[in-house]
Design a protein around this ligand. Structure first.
Ligand code: PHB
Length: 467
């Protein structure tokens, strides 16, 4: 059921104890949905993220100067008082508890909702919730519930514990989300062991799907988007390329596939660097590229602020003026950050599976509905993956008469095809990965807005990273 944001009420309570500030957020949604979300966060002065098992509430605890143990002591005392307060408030507001009906289908969403990759979680959830809003919250007689756990980004231990909590305590039927590869690697063994379907809505390292037979991916893979960029470069007179990739799974995949396709076609790689995943300083890498004078630099960095910083440095150091082209997978010119990049992005060519500007009736209706629900956010590839992930879940449940057990779910998902806002897509029956169009796009201004305008299509392209 779609609940307009305006009907939502969010109450925040704050308690301070020593160096710890504890906030409790109670979200009560009026007008039909009777659900209470209880979350307790502990924010210390500084420190590292930890997960603390939290009974009926979700706790995220940061290790303060006194260490986790003393935080736990405070937490124990405070959480009891707060839980009582929250229950009293919930009752006063006439909301029921967060208990689910026996037949409800629980989708445990493990996503970065805070930290540098928080937009990934926001976008994926926006897409998933939009699908539910448009199609109703029931499939047959099973009500669909999303249970969201914040894994804070590149933090495999937190993702793993979130999955354990979801499967063991919450009895989630399906795990979904996974903004980043390390999170999907951390959870895959549990999916395999517990035979729980795991729907990947972003993590894009090729090998992810091989880590559990219950994984189905609705996002993309880096080899899938990098090979077409290499082919385009060869066709467009680019002979020497310097590769710059983030130093983790998807970056390694992008580098490997781009190099393979480009060199097999007669191109030459004149330099290759890997940049830190967290807070990279691109200045020394950009200088190296500039000094080497390739025809182009091929880039993969995780979508978001890193791309904005790279483009800024590329322009400031005058690489464009030296005739060094910037080519990349579409993670660089993600609509979520395209406005922040501004006009310097104009002309950048990328290869990708989704563009807000994609011309189709499905995408028109999707982008209009998205803009209506979130006037200040632009739909991007992650929101489309959240949307398509829900489409997959709904279609499978229809096919299995509501049976979401691992083997039934995967058997039903294999070979499934539908028209996504991104174009036609199919779940590869052999690999459980996605087959989709890859588009070559160029950033242009359309009606005053920067858009990834499609200039070529590689239809129904499989992940070349798979045997
Ligand atoms: C990943 O972690 O697999 C990942 C992250 C960001 C992207 C693409 C892939 O833009």
């Amino acid at each position: 059921m779609f609940i307009p944001r305006t009907f939502q009420r969010s109450l925040t309570f704050a308690f301070n104890a020593g160096s710890i500030s504890l906030q409790t957020r109670l979200c009560v949604v009026h007008g039909g949905l009777r659900k209470v979300e209880l979350q307790v966060f502990i924010f210390p002065l500084a420190g590292r993220a930890h997960d603390v098992p939290g009974g009926s509430c979700g706790y995220r605890c940061l290790d303060g100067p006194n260490g986790l143990e003393s935080n736990k002591k405070y937490l124990g005392e405070l959480s009891m008082r707060i839980n009582k307060t929250l229950v009293a408030i919930a009752l006063a507001l006439g909301a029921t508890s967060s208990a689910y009906a026996a037949n409800d289908l629980k989708v445990g969403m493990i996503l970065p909702m805070s930290g540098p990759f928080a937009d990934y979680g926001m976008q994926i959830l926006n897409g998933a919730r939009l699908y539910i809003a448009e199609h109703g919250d029931k499939v047959g007689d099973r009500k669909i519930n999303l249970i969201v756990k914040d894994d804070t980004g590149v933090a495999p231990e937190i993702s793993k514990r979130a999955a354990q909590e979801l499967v063991v305590n919450e009895k989630a039927d399906i795990l979904a989300g996974f903004g980043l590869t390390p999170s999907s690697f951390a959870v895959a063994p549990l999916s395999a062991q517990a035979k729980v379907p795991m729907i990947i809505m972003n993590a894009a390292t090729s090998v992810v799907t091989e880590k559990s037979p219950y994984i189905v991916r609705v996002s993309m893979t880096l080899p899938q988007n990098s090979a077409p960029m290499a082919t385009w470069a060869l066709k467009n007179g680019i002979k020497k390329v310097y590769t710059v990739v983030a130093d983790f799974g998807p970056g390694h995949d992008a580098e490997k596939q781009f190099t393979k396709t480009f060199t097999e076609g007669g191109g030459k790689i004149v330099g290759a660097v890997r940049t830190p995943v967290k807070s990279p300083d691109f200045a020394p890498f950009l200088q190296k590229v500039k000094d080497t004078r390739p025809d182009a630099v091929f880039l993969f960095v995780p979508a978001g602020e890193q791309g904005v910083a790279f483009l800024k440095g590329y322009k400031e150091r005058g690489l464009d003026k030296d005739g060094i082209k910037l080519i990349s997978t579409g993670d660089l010119t993600d609509e979520d950050v395209l406005n922040a990049m501004g006009d310097p992005a104009i002309g950048v060519v990328t290869s990708f599976h989704y563009s807000e500007d994609h011309k189709s009736p499905e995408n028109k209706s999707y982008t209009q509905a998205y803009h209506k629900a979130h006037p200040n956010v632009r739909p991007n590839f992650m929101s489309v993956a959240g949307y398509d992930g829900m489409h997959l879940i709904y279609s499978v449940l229809k096919k299995t008469n509501g049976d979401a057990t691992g083997d039934k779910f995967v058997a039903a998902a294999k070979g499934m095809s539908w028209e996504s806002p991104r174009g036609p897509i199919t779940i590869d029956p052999k690999t459980r990965d996605i087959i989709q169009n890859v588009y070559i796009r160029k950033v242009e201004k359309v009606d005053g807005v920067l858009q990834n305008v499609e200039i070529d299509t590689i239809p129904n392209f499989r992940d070349p990273g798979k045997p």
